[in-house]
Design a protein around this ligand. Structure first.
Ligand code: ADE
Ligand code: ZN
Length: 336
């Protein structure tokens, strides 16, 4: 099953590019840029990656980004992820970036997006990986700051497909960004949002009804609300679930407790993703393998998850069709 999962064609739809910064690259960049990090070495960083909850993780995650200063740094980080994704048979990636994490440190929006975009284009040519960029607002910051970020993002509209909402969820409900999302949709950005990771099901309703979210990042707490499950099933609004993230951040105590299989069996459009792979102990394949083993997923379940990853993407219908055809061929060529 492991080998079968590893080579299965798939898309990744929930991935924070800053969350792909491995300690080795973090230290190499710090050396190159002549800066001192808050950690004394790679081993110390890895030891610090034991989290009690989302905020505990975010505090360390934002520290790690201090190594990123120049366009080439953003290129190198993005290229490293795409190389890994290619090796894991990811054919399409929809990647979030947090501009405010960098602009608040004096790194320009242009520096960030130019480096990321150049790597995406190189991967499109070299690895045949297609991609979309999602500009994510930090929800612990103000509406005004989000509006400013949107204004900067609008200048690069041709490079950015969607807007997202991440960072500290509880206490920062979707409603806080209703007007920002209205503006973003008016500008032609597609809306997605983190909701129901640590926050309650009410935040998923808010993301759907107040932000117009076309996809919910995480959404695992939807299971607490029967009406919401019915809505998600009927509309097939996808959930981008990140199993290793959820256990690392103690949303579930152990993988056996994860509700992914229940949500899938209820007919929701569930996908598997890595969130912040450098921090949570695995890229997308390790996430598939962890849930397959803990929840005893069948080949049919795996097919559905991979198919959902293409269906739930922002690719054009004909592009989705071509990728699903590849998936079908993979299953036909590798019988049980
Ligand atoms: N930023 C990076 N990873 C995140 C997550 N899992 N939830 C919220 N914000 C994030
Ligand atoms: Zn996330």
């Amino acid at each position: 099953m492991r080998d079968f999962i590893e080579k299965m064609p798939k898309a990744e739809l929930h991935l924070h590019i800053e969350g792909t910064l491995e300690p080795e690259l973090m230290f190499a960049l710090a050396r190159r840029n002549n800066i001192t990090l808050a950690f004394n070495g790679i081993e110390e960083v890895r030891k610090a990656y034991q989290f009690s909850d989302l905020q505990d993780f975010l505090d360390i995650y934002y520290l790690g980004t201090n190594a990123l200063l120049f366009e080439q740094d953003f290129y190198d980080m993005t290229w490293a992820y795409l190389t890994k994704a290619h090796a894991q048979h990811v054919h399409h990636a929809e990647i979030m970036f947090d501009p405010q994490t960098h602009t608040d440190r004096g790194v320009s929006f242009e520096t960030v997006i130019t480096g990321i975009h150049r790597a995406l284009e190189d991967a499109r040519k070299k690895h045949k990986i297609t991609s979309k960029l999602i500009l994510s607002f930090l929800r612990h910051l103000s509406e005004e700051a989000a509006f400013k970020t949107l204004e900067e993002g609008a200048k690069y509209k041709k490079w950015i497909a969607a807007v997202g909402l991440d960072s500290s969820e509880v206490g920062n409900p979707p409603e806080k960004f209703q007007r920002v999302y209205q503006k973003a949709r008016d500008l032609g950005f597609l809306p997605v949002a983190h909701a129901g990771e640590e926050g309650p099901a009410a935040y998923i309703w808010g993301a759907l009804d107040k932000l117009g979210a076309m996809r919910i990042d995480h959404g695992v707490r939807s299971i607490e609300d029967e009406k919401l499950i019915a809505r998600l099933k009927e509309t097939q609004i996808p959930l981008t679930v990140c199993p290793l993230s959820n256990t690392k951040l103690r949303v579930f105590d152990k993988m056996e407790d994860h509700d992914l299989k229940k949500l899938l069996d209820m007919g929701l459009c569930v996908t598997v993703n890595s969130d912040d792979p450098a921090y949570f102990g695995g890229y997308v394949n390790e996430n598939y393998i962890a849930v397959q083993e803990a929840l005893d997923l069948s080949r049919d379940d795996l097919y559905q998850l991979a198919r959902n990853s293409f269906e739930a993407s922002f690719l054009k219908p004909e592009e989705k069709k071509a990728l699903i055809k590849e998936l079908d061929a993979y299953f036909a060529d590798n019988p049980a």
